[in-house]
Design a protein. Structure first.
Length: 116
């Protein structure tokens, strides 16, 4: 009986660690990118990202002195209003390698997501 108890404890210890191990195929962490809209436009205007990971753009319009009152990503059929001085999250699924353009509603101010 004395030899059984330490083995039982060892078994519980090992199995507890097995349960804490990360799951195979666990979701990849999202890429959160902060973009400010200033009198200069989107800052930064070129953003490099990793392919295959979800993307969250956190966009805050800091000025009323440009035409950028919304963000449009035509290729993804996204049109999101940008209220003044309020952060807005725009979620994109994992993207393949390539470039994805975003712009204001008038298509005068733009930026690029470069997915590598």
């Amino acid at each position: 009986m004395k030899a059984f108890f330490p083995l039982l404890l060892l078994s519980l210890f090992v199995s507890g660690h097995a349960l804490a191990a990360p799951a195979v195929g666990a979701a990849k962490p999202e890429q959160r990118i902060t973009i400010k809209v200033t009198s200069k436009g989107f800052e930064p205007s070129t953003i490099r990202l990793k392919a295959g990971r979800p993307i969250v753009l956190v966009v805050t319009r800091m000025t009323d002195k440009t035409c950028v009152t919304e963000l449009v990503i035509k290729d993804r059929k996204i049109r999101q209003a940008l209220p003044l001085k309020r952060a807005v999250e725009i979620r994109l699924g994992p993207e393949k390698a390539g470039k994805l353009r975003f712009a204001c509603g008038m298509d005068m101010v733009s930026g690029t997501l470069v997915v590598e």
